[in-house]
Design a binder for this molecule. Structure first.
Ligand SMILES: *Cc1c(COP(=O)(O)O)cnc(C)c1O
Length: 361
């Protein structure tokens, strides 16, 4: 097989070790004669896989006992609606920080259920930074406060978690969950679509503080009710079994690497290599304000659309795949999630150096 590096924003690169293990176990899981895909979700083999995945996630993220871990479906986008359906129920009001396409979609879904107060936005500058937050603008009676911790499209990330006092903080962590240690107790609810740093698309992780369960109205269907899902330990219906199995292998892989602080160190090293090159380059530049730069998604441009296109094409020929930027930003984007090896970023930077030499402006 030809070696390539996949810089896709999502679905994205998974650890080779995980894919190899899944391949080895595909036809016969640990001698039981069948694939994980064929097993009853209530049988003892799958229950072991499920239990280990939950336990390992709790361990690596250091999730306190008063939080439930849910393995749901519908992607992060269903959470844009489930969050207000379940939580925007007391004062029917929530605060949102607007930092890009994903907060925009979350805001528009939340508006179906109540009043949305946008407390800060970086929209006028094309979302190139995380806006400064002014506590005077926060609603003290908000049912929750909503942020996107890493903005996959624009390449920005929070370096500090906002202090929202007694108002539960809800975070979309789809593109930076498991990229480093976080203090889960600062959040009321964390959710993440799996396809960036966790596993196959469709699986959605929800980590919810127990006191936030049971706030949904009577008319909220069971499938969309966090309490129903929690009471049934994510088995109100058949869960996405195979995706949970792959996510479980990723959690084991993180443990074997030494946990999230080791993973974070690796991520910082990869990102630094790329950002240092970008900052010194005369051809490429990063549109993102330095202090808000993401460790996971790195957009960059030459400022010339034709040259960008040439770069993406030539890079792909060298095995550096999926570097085209999102259509709303243009240029390029390198997503360098946990599973992207340092060698992949080194290969990218050396190709960029070569391209710069051959295409001086
Ligand atoms: C990818 C992504 C989403 C959308 O995820 P789906 O699983 O496609 O719904 C939402 N938020 C963020 C931050 C993302 O990166």
């Amino acid at each position: 097989m030809k070696e390539i590096y996949n810089f896709s924003a999502g679905p994205a690169v998974l650890p080779k070790e995980v894919l190899r293990k899944a391949a080895d176990e595909m036809l016969d899981y640990k001698g039981c004669g069948m694939s994980v895909m064929e097993m009853s979700h209530r049988g003892s083999d799958f229950m072991k896989i499920f239990g280990a995945a939950q336990k390992n996630l709790r361990e690596i993220m250091n999730i306190p006992e008063n939080y439930k871990i849910l393995f749901l479906q519908g992607g992060a986008s269903l959470q844009f609606a489930m969050v207000p359906m379940n939580l925007m129920t007391k004062n029917k009001k929530a605060d949102y920080v607007h930092t890009g396409e994903w907060s925009k979609k979350a805001i528009s879904e939340a508006k179906r259920f109540g009043q949305v107060n946008v407390v800060a936005s970086s929209e006028k500058d094309n979302f190139t930074y995380i806006p400064k937050l002014d506590k005077a603008k926060f609603s003290s009676d908000a049912d929750y406060f909503y942020i996107v911790t890493n903005n996959t499209i624009y390449g920005t990330a929070y370096t500090e978690i906002p202090d929202t006092g007694n108002v539960p903080l809800v975070a979309d962590m789809s593109s930076n969950i498991l990229s480093g240690p976080i203090d889960v107790s600062r959040f009321g609810l964390i959710f993440a679509g799996a396809q960036k740093n966790v596993g196959p698309a469709g699986l959605t992780l929800v980590i919810i503080r127990e006191d936030l369960l049971g706030r949904a109205g009577e008319n909220v269907p069971g499938m969309l009710n966090y309490k129903t899902q929690a009471d049934n330990d994510s088995m109100f219906n058949t869960p996405p079994c195979y995706s949970i199995y792959i996510a479980g292998l990723v959690f084991e892989w993180i443990k074997e690497k030494g946990g999230l602080s080791v993973i974070e160190k690796m991520n910082k090293e990869k990102a630094k290599l790329l950002y240092d090159y970008l900052d010194g380059s005369k051809l490429f530049s990063s549109p993102v304000k330095k202090e808000d730069r993401s460790l996971m998604n790195v957009p960059f441009v030459t400022g010339d659309a034709a040259l960008d296109e040439k770069f993406v094409k030539q890079a792909a020929e060298q095995g550096l795949k999926t570097l085209k930027g999102h259509r709303s930003v243009g240029g390029m984007r390198a997503s360098i999630y946990n599973a992207m090896p340092l060698a992949g970023v080194k290969a990218l930077v050396s190709f960029m150096e070569e391209f710069e030499k051959n295409n001086r402006k």
